[in-house]
Design a protein around this ligand. Structure first.
Ligand code: SF4
Length: 366
């Protein structure tokens, strides 16, 4: 069962912390559009977009989504490809799919109204503890403490918590502390303040300790341990995958397919993919793959040499090679069973694609 934060009265010994952050915040906060609304839909939208994303990168996406889909109903009714297309370049595409699903759930099961409490927000399939706490506090003033990377870092340093923040069991310790720190009368302001403090003052590298208003009470500063805290065990090394893309072209068309589930980039479009154990693809293997897809290589038109590109994801490194292949005639029906479909350039532009594919297409001007 998920751990549920419970609001508690801030003990006197902790009051200084909220007071210091609430004094710091109005003087340093960034003016961001989602800070001017109490509408749970826009707050939720901003929180989904900003997960694992810097504000500078996420802001244009927030503006795109909030203007294209000004209501949760509009987002719920949008075609999935269109939602992914707007998300293109932001990465972690499962967030876009979950966001779309959640909007549909709000419309179908909650009459288009966002649930109005932390506990009820957790009934939404795509909403986790962090997002539920953010929406509940920012929209409804519910005193539930948010825990994101910034908050983990600030708490670990200020209070000297040495628990591994990558370990799920540590979350409970941090949550208990955060729930004691949050003032019942200003939960939204406090949550915004601690996250902003982590983003601007107590940063991961080079925190601004010299001009920090709480340095005299900060464990990390007093013990010279800002660089060691928070403790975070190393993630497993990323696995390398070798993607050989067959860019099958005929006249002014090119073949793409929609990626399936249970792998990266679900729902995005890419070319015919031949995944191997190495960066090299022998010519005979390439030709056999084209034939398997029902294609016949044109003898009068030679494709460009293979183009190499690398794409780093959180747990995978993709070494890609794009092999341009000009076909003698359109692909046979076999290609359809492999999921391939033919597109003109202007249609390709409209398809949602990973940044790896988008960069290749724009460089090649397909
Ligand atoms: S003194 Fe340094 S480590 Fe401590 S809260 Fe301030 S910025 Fe963070």
């Amino acid at each position: 069962m998920a751990f549920s934060p419970t609001a508690s009265t801030t003990p006197d010994s902790y009051l200084w912390f909220a007071e210091a952050l609430l004094a710091w915040y109005p003087r340093h906060r960034r003016d961001l559009p989602w800070r001017h609304t109490r509408d749970p839909y826009f707050i939720w939208l901003s929180e989904v977009i900003l997960q694992q994303t810097r504000v500078k990168q996420g802001l244009p996406y927030y503006l795109t989504f909030s203007s294209n889909y000004p209501t949760v109903q509009a987002l719920a009714a949008a075609p999935p490809d269109e939602v992914l297309r707007h998300w293109q370049g932001l990465g972690y595409y499962s967030r876009a799919r979950n966001m779309h699903y959640t909007a549909q759930q709000v419309v179908a099961e909650f009459g288009g109204q966002f649930p109005d409490s932390y506990a009820r927000l957790l009934l939404l399939k795509g909403v986790g503890q962090y997002t539920a706490a953010a929406v509940a506090s920012f929209a409804y003033d519910e005193p539930v403490a948010v825990l994101d990377g910034n908050v983990f870092r600030v708490l670990a340093r200020v209070f000297g918590l040495h628990h591994d923040i990558a370990a799920p069991a540590s979350r409970k310790k941090f949550q208990q502390l955060a729930d004691q720190l949050i003032p019942a009368e200003q939960p939204a302001e406090f949550n915004q303040a601690i996250m902003e403090f982590g983003a601007l003052q107590c940063t991961p590298a080079k925190p601004d300790c010299m001009f920090c208003p709480i340095q005299s009470s900060c464990f990390a500063f007093q013990h010279g341990m800002a660089a060691e805290l928070p403790v975070k065990s190393k993630a497993k090394a990323a696995r390398t995958r070798y993607f050989h893309y067959l860019v099958l072209r005929h006249a002014d068309t090119v073949y793409l397919r929609k990626r399936g589930p249970k792998d990266i980039w679900e729902g995005l479009y890419d070319f015919a993919l031949h995944e191997t154990e190495s960066a090299e693809l022998p010519g005979a293997e390439l030709l056999a793959e084209v034939e398997r897809l029902g294609g016949r290589v044109a003898t009068d038109r030679v494709g460009e040499p293979a183009v190499a590109a690398r794409h780093i994801l959180s747990h995978q490194k993709v070494e890609a090679r794009f092999h341009e292949v000009w076909l003698a005639e359109p692909l046979s029906a076999t290609a359809t069973s492999a999921g391939l479909a033919v597109y003109r350039s202007e249609e390709v532009e409209q398809l949602p694609k990973s940044i790896l594919i988008t960069n290749y297409i724009s460089n090649k001007q397909i």
